[in-house]
Design a protein around this ligand. Sequence first.
Ligand SMILES: *Cc1c(COP(=O)(O)O)cnc(C)c1O
Length: 222
Amino acid sequence: MNIADNLRKLISDTPESVSIIAVSKRKSVEDILQAYKAGQRIFGENRVQELSEKHPQLPEDIEWHMVGHLQTNKVKYIAGFVHMVQSIDSLKLLLSLEREAKKADRIISCLLQIHIAREETKFGFTREEVLEIATSPEVQSLNNVRISGVMGMATFTEDKEQVKSEFRHLRETYNDLKENCFSIRPDFKEISMGMSGDYQIAIEEGSTMVRLGTIIFGERNY
Ligand SMILES: *Cc1c(COP(=O)(O)O)cnc(C)c1O
């Protein structure tokens, strides 16, 4: 298992228009450095504590993405350096990110997480909820948060048709939002979908960002 080889193969198989987020949760600083040395600059983590511990040990030019559920009261620990929060699942969290980004004198990108899976446990807005929130005046007037698109996780299943229809639903939700709320915002352009098991389907369905862990770093030990 060689991280650099895995990355090289992925890059050659992935259209240039699709960004690869290397999801390094539960992986060591050494593993992350191997990917960094192979040219990878965008990394994703899903826990605040792990992200805040790794960040100071690694090169400054890494673009860190938070991809896991984020509690409002923990935003302050990452607001000083995080590049993008992909997992905005409530208005409260969005407003907290705005506040903390302002305090840190930064602009932080974010994605609105949409619930597309069958499983009850995955976080995110419904299509109706997200349209309502995105049209609200307080969201349209955010200054320190840049809403850059949507994120979603498909059901963990072998049923490819199911996964495909969930990704399609995410793309349609993105299109609705673009048309109704962000038509004059060129920054609103990302559809983050696809993990190691389903990223090829996601790319076929219009993904612009794939979040890959296992296929780059190998299985995680819990
Ligand atoms: C862990 C994780 C991934 C990567 O999962 P793999 O199946 O290992 O590629 C992607 N997105 C999120 C939100 C994750 O938590």
